[in-house]
Design a protein around this ligand. Structure first.
Ligand code: TRP
Length: 337
């Protein structure tokens, strides 16, 4: 029997899931988990969250929100192994073992670390490593452990994460070379077709720009936020260009082809921005209404979410435990008798 292809990805739990996360990561991941030829592993990267965020309340809230969001949107935990990174002690253990084969020079070249050093240099800090934690420096090793622990073949990520997958290949390859074939070398999947959404100010939707539209805003707030989306100053009845319009971009990411076609026509006819905003709100609200209700139910029942995640962790550990025992043995850490 050939082994199924494994797809794995992690979500750093530092923010509230927004429309951009849904279209770019959550929706394709849930679709992939329904493919019977694939085994899906999705997890809350809460150890990674500690690297960026030292606000316990924020980390705690985000973990819960991310978990409830994925479940509310239809992730079926019979099809996917869904867990918290911090429930899998095998992952930090593997991180250490991999740290002992990862070249420091490789990690010196990581974009996130280099960017932090560059900021220090620009600010003429005495120490170029000022304020940089070991966590930030070793971020790619923890991520390699996440991936190699489950022998993932495919890792869907944003473009900014591709270097990390290459590092996971490098580190896994080095281990294989030293200790014998052990790890599958993963491949990054960057889907050029999945939409990248703009935020309410027209820049890329991102929590770091504070321009996001959270997925499960209450209805009234969703309407208010959509009303704030920046447009150009064309008057009603002037023809408008959908290609440069955030409202259209978001609509396009959610609507059926037929509906997109008819909205294109309305742009040509000069639909007013106020009308388009209402149209977008109504469309999104109709799609989000049901999952929003499920989300609220889950948020009100943390014990249920906890149970689902612990079941996921149990499944994950039933793979990670025996595999880690094998890995330890290969390095010489084996029982005396
Ligand atoms: N670093 C990833 C991000 O910020 C999240 C992540 C952690 C991840 N571990 C992973 C993604 C393993 C893919 C595989 O987006």
């Amino acid at each position: 029997m050939t082994q199924k292809q494994r797809v794995l990805t992690g979500i750093t739990t530092t923010g509230t899931p927004h429309l951009g996360n849904y279209v770019g990561a959550i929706r394709p991941a849930i679709e992939a988990s329904r493919n019977p030829d694939m085994e899906a592993f999705y997890f809350l990267a809460d150890y990674h969250a500690l690297i960026k965020c030292h606000e316990p309340a924020r980390v705690a809230a985000s973990r819960m929100e991310v978990a409830a969001t994925w479940l509310a949107l239809g992730l079926d935990t019979d099809n996917a192994v869904f867990y918290r990174q911090s429930d899998i002690p095998e992952i930090p253990e593997l991180t250490w073992i991999l740290s002992c084969v990862a070249a420091k020079g490789l990690l010196n070249r990581a974009h996130a670390y280099k960017a932090a050093v560059q900021v220090n240099e620009e600010e003429k800090a005495k120490d170029p490593d000022k304020g940089i934690t070991m966590g930030l420096f070793s971020y790619p090793v923890l991520m390699a452990a996440d991936i190699l622990m489950f022998n993932a073949h495919k890792v869907p990520v944003g473009r900014d994460q591709v270097q990390h997958i290459e590092m996971a290949r490098d580190i896994g390859g080095r281990f294989n070379h030293l200790f014998g074939q052990t790890f599958v070398l993963p491949e990054a999947i960057v889907d050029e077709k999945t939409a990248v959404l703009s935020g309410i100010d027209g820049r890329k939707m991102s929590k770091s720009y504070d321009n996001t539209i959270p997925l499960f805003l209450p209805e009234k707030k969703l309407r208010k936020t959509i009303m704030k989306i920046k447009t150009n100053s064309l008057e009603p009845s002037e023809p408008k260009d959908p290609a440069t319009c955030t409202l259209f971009e978001i609509y396009n990411a959610f609507a059926t082809q037929d509906d997109v076609r008819s909205v294109r026509e309305r742009y040509a006819e000069g639909i007013g921005w106020g009308d388009m905003k209402i149209l977008l709100f109504d469309y999104l609200n109709a799609i989000l209404e049901e999952p929003r209700e499920r989300y609220a139910e889950l948020m009100a029942d943390p014990a249920k979410v906890e149970k689902i995640l612990l079941e996921g962790a149990e499944k994950a550990r039933s793979i990670a435990g025996p595999f880690l025992a094998e890995i330890r043995k290969k390095t010489g850490l084996l029982p005396f008798s």
